[in-house]
Design a protein around this ligand. Structure first.
Ligand code: SAH
Length: 446
């Protein structure tokens, strides 16, 4: 097989990124935007020793699960990968992906509970971070690239977000605030970052800027107020003068409101600042946290909540538990967590700012023995050292693992199995319909 060859291919599997996979002369060929059961003519774009990549030249026989995509930039922007198949097919693929990872990487042959499907497959995101293009329009980065694809009306977002984007574009053009260009490091406005608290309707608008201030700042605030009225809770500048592709710096300057928005989650009032992590799908996060609570069974227990962000998971079960100890590395998130405990009259929660492994080590040295440990790490998962401390020093009966990456979850399940834990059950949650992402909560016991 060579580049530019045209081959016939049946799609028989799906990759973790949502590409279809077919086999040709023993080689796996990855073709994006395809569906299980498609019969295709495929143009080969790249051949490697162990696999090849191609694109659809012609659909000979479409899969039964195909549907018409309803998005203009589907396949161009790096967001959705499943707009061309039915939602039920997407759920099957996601559940399979988690099960395959647990079996192949985790070496545990146990089927998952049924994936918890989404209440809403569009308009569920409460957060967006848009790069700004040279003509001041907002968009998204193309897949695996920093090319900006202009897009105002993303289906995954609430309707206010596109209106805010339009206001920003108009204000930039009028006020002479320039868009930032990554290649040159010149220009002012890097990103538009919006968050909406779905339970209260409050909106935060944050501009990430390569400078200290804006020209005609008041005019922007006025235009946003006129658009959003009372819903506009705060406007914040994030000062990021670094030549990096990390979106946010740790420096924020509030130009309207108090710098926070307030949501409710699992009957808990939650304050969040721009730097705190907050699940982008609030309604589904409630279901996920309820499952975590069921697995933890917090009654009269001391629960260690590692990677706690603004304290959301631990606080949601604090009233039933004996004590909650949260650990998180971002200071602003810890300050939200402490505020959230107080604001909800929760007196049995303590929060520690620091690296999960180091904080766990210190707690172990003090002789703390949690009855249950929750971990909710970023995509890279937990370090083997942290898992060792959990299993050998804390040795809780219950370990609940909330994961946004099936592969690292499965890797850590394997390590924990070797350390004396057994995977009791696990439940995938579809927090991000139409994208390739899937969340899982797993219960491990000693
Ligand atoms: N449990 C929270 C946050 C989960 S996201 C929620 O459900 O909202 C993962 C969190 O881990 C982020 O808040 C991130 O800042 C934090 N984090 C990343 N690396 C860390 C580390 N080494 N030690 C502690 N926290 C870390």
């Amino acid at each position: 097989m060579q580049k530019n060859d045209i081959i016939e291919l049946d799609i028989t599997a799906m990759s973790s990124e949502g590409s279809g996979i077919g086999r040709y002369e023993g080689l796996a060929v990855f073709v994006p935007m395809t569906a299980l059961g498609d019969k295709l003519r495929v143009k080969i774009l790249k051949v490697k020793s162990n696999c090849a990549f191609g694109k659809i030249e012609e659909i000979i026989t479409p899969s039964n699960s195909r549907v018409e995509s309803d998005c203009e930039v589907f396949s161009k922007c790096g967001g959705c990968v499943f707009r061309h198949i039915s939602y039920s097919e997407e759920l099957k693929i996601k559940q399979q992906r988690v099960e395959d990872a647990v079996k192949r990487i985790g070496c545990v042959d146990k089927p998952s509970n049924e994936i918890v499907s989404n209440l809403k497959i569009n308009g569920y995101r409460n957060k967006a971070q848009y790069p700004i293009s040279a003509d001041c329009s907002v968009g998204f980065f193309a897949n695996h690239s920093h090319r900006i694809i202009p897009c105002q009306n993303c289906n995954l977002q609430p309707e206010e977000f596109s209106k805010i984007s339009a206001v920003l574009t108009e204000w930039m053009k009028k006020s002479g605030n320039t868009p930032y260009t990554e290649e040159t490091g010149k220009g002012l406005i890097r990103h538009l970052y919006i968050r909406k608290a779905f339970a209260t309707g409050q909106i935060m608008v944050c501009l990430v800027i390569n400078g200290n201030s804006l020209k005609y700042e008041n005019e922007l605030v006025l235009a946003l107020k006129e658009l959003l009225g009372e819903k506009l809770k705060t406007v914040v500048l994030n000062i990021n003068k670094n030549k990096t592709n990390v979106i946010l710096s740790d420096k924020c300057k509030t130009i309207f409101g108090d710098g926070y928005i307030y949501d409710t989650l699992c009957d808990t009032k939650i304050r969040i600042n721009p730097l705190s992590f907050y699940q982008v799908n609030r309604d589904m996060a409630e279901l996920l946290y309820k499952k975590a609570e069921e697995y933890v069974n917090p009654k009269d227990k001391t629960v260690l909540d590692l990677y706690c962000g603004a304290g959301t998971i631990g606080l949601s079960m604090a009233k039933k538990a004996k004590k909650i100890i949260g650990v998180e590395i971002i200071p602003e998130a810890i300050s939200d967590a402490k505020f959230n405990a107080e604001n909800n009259n929760i007196q049995n929660a303590e929060f520690i700012c620091g690296d999960a492994k180091e904080a766990a080590n210190k707690l172990a040295q003090k002789g703390i023995k949690p009855d249950a440990v929750i971990v909710d790490p970023p995509r890279k998962g937990c370090s083997a050292e942290l898992l060792n401390i959990i299993a050998k020093d804390f040795c809780p009966k219950t370990l609940v693992y909330v994961s946004c990456d099936p592969a690292t979850l499965a890797r850590d399940i394997k390590i924990l199995t070797e350390l004396g834990y057994a995977l009791k059950e696990y439940t995938p949650f579809d927090l991000f319909p139409r994208t390739s992402h899937v969340e899982t909560v797993a219960l491990m016991t000693r």
